[in-house]
Design a protein around this ligand. Structure first.
Ligand SMILES: *Cc1c(COP(=O)(O)O)cnc(C)c1O
Length: 399
């Protein structure tokens, strides 16, 4: 059901709760039911044929479409202000489906150098098997993107803010480079979520998500989503997604939809905590540096204010004594959990150089700013005071 009439746009909190409902209920149910059915009965042979011909919107088979999954797609699509969306089994499925649907042998991709580890491995090691090559550049510098573009560049793929270095890419400038060059622009919007950043509004063509993170928000389900600026792009991507089978299942969709309903509420609390924690860390004697887009000394603080509706809940910081100091902090936190992943109600800490980004060769890792003393903190929704006290006692263990 389309409620986001552009003449009277609903607030984000309202959208998250009300978008993605069924057109009509069976029993007056308020929650969207889990339609645990692999296949759907056709009322007549003629109707079955019409659905296959794409002339009737009814459901056919759950690898193609499912009502519960569709409700989640509509919810995220409304938040991202897209033309349509496709849910996938994981965030990586959203990314690989997008690449497989849009690229052909001989095509070239320009991408952010400090990317989500598995995305980098797919682009760098796996796509070349299909004749598709990539160049990795610091996309926070538009001139570097421009220099990397080739006649066969068919896609610019960026993450902003970057994981884990918290560097921003100017989406508007990158979108205009893409347009001049006749290239598509895809943005991984996992770190910001549509609550804080809507890349399609800045001229991107495709948004991909790991719903596993902020949108689901409870560290209990994996999932992905692709949102497109046009219906044509969605048709192209959905065809490949259904054919290659990257579909999400209804139970997974129901759980994620339940999480998505509180995204704005959780984000508000988490980023309020993050702002206070960033300031606390900055003043801590055992901390050498802090990078958080909300801090006035972040090199792109002004861009963050222009491009984002908030500064998010991800912080990276460097501790004294390098790897030894970082290890000491990770082994000393009590409330904050030592685990990878991010975006949940519980705060998580990890060490990118030896964990999430260990697969990147050391030289390239350092060049991308992923240094030994860097810790990545995903700030959750606990009480600020408790998070601060936990970090404080853990930092004090650095000797
Ligand atoms: C986690 C993550 C992914 C991959 O998502 P999965 O759900 O784990 O497959 C992609 N991009 C970013 C930025 C992520 O944080």
């Amino acid at each position: 059901m389309k409620k986001n009439d552009p003449a009277a746009p609903l607030g984000k909190g309202t959208q998250a709760i009300h978008e993605g409902r069924l057109p009509e209920s069976l029993y007056g149910e308020v929650s969207v039911p889990i339609f645990q059915s692999s296949t759907f009965k056709f009322p007549s042979a003629q109707e079955g044929a019409a659905r296959f011909a794409g002339e009737s919107p009814g459901f056919i088979y759950s690898r193609l479409e499912n009502p519960t999954v569709k409700a989640l797609e509509e919810n995220v699509n409304a938040m991202e202000k897209g033309a349509g969306a496709m849910a996938t089994s994981t965030g990586m499925a959203a990314i690989t489906t997008t690449l497989l649907a849009l690229l052909n042998r001989g095509d070239h991709v320009v991408s952010t150098d400090s990317l989500y580890g598995s995305t980098r491995v797919v682009l760098e090691n796996e796509m070349p098997r299909f004749g598709i090559d990539s160049t990795f550049v610091d996309t926070s510098k538009p001139e570097k993107v421009q220099k990397a573009l080739k006649p066969n560049t068919h896609l610019i793929y960026v993450e902003t803010p970057t994981n884990p270095t918290m560097i921003l890419t100017d989406l508007r400038k990158t979108a205009s480079l893409a347009q001049e060059h006749g290239t598509l622009l895809a943005v991984d919007n996992t770190f910001a979520s549509p609550c804080l950043q809507r890349p399609l509004e800045h001229g991107a063509h495709i948004v991909v998500h790991s719903l596993t993170k902020f949108i689901n928000g409870h560290s209990d389900v994996v999932g992905g989503m692709i949102v497109t600026a046009t219906e044509e792009l969605l048709t192209q991507i959905k065809r490949i997604g259904s054919l290659f089978g990257s579909t999400m299942d209804p139970h997974q969709a129901w759980l994620i939809l339940r999480g998505a309903r509180t995204l704005p509420l959780r984000m508000e609390k988490a980023q309020d905590n993050a702002m206070k924690l960033a300031a606390f860390l900055q003043s801590h004697p055992k901390v050498d540096w802090v990078r958080y887009p909300g801090l006035p000394d972040h090199p792109q603080h002004e861009l963050a204010k222009r491009q984002m509706d908030g500064f998010g809940a991800m912080i990276c910081f460097g501790v004294q004594k390098g790897l030894r100091g970082a290890t000491e902090v990770m082994d000393s936190v009590r409330l904050i959990t030592l685990a990878v992943s991010l975006g949940g109600v519980d705060s998580l800490i990890e060490h990118p150089a030896s964990m999430t980004h260990a697969s990147i060769p050391p030289k390239e890792r350092h060049a991308a700013g992923i240094v030994e003393e860097l810790l990545r903190l995903s700030v959750g929704c606990e009480d600020f005071k408790d998070l601060r006290d936990d970090l404080d006692q853990a930092l004090e263990k650095i000797s």
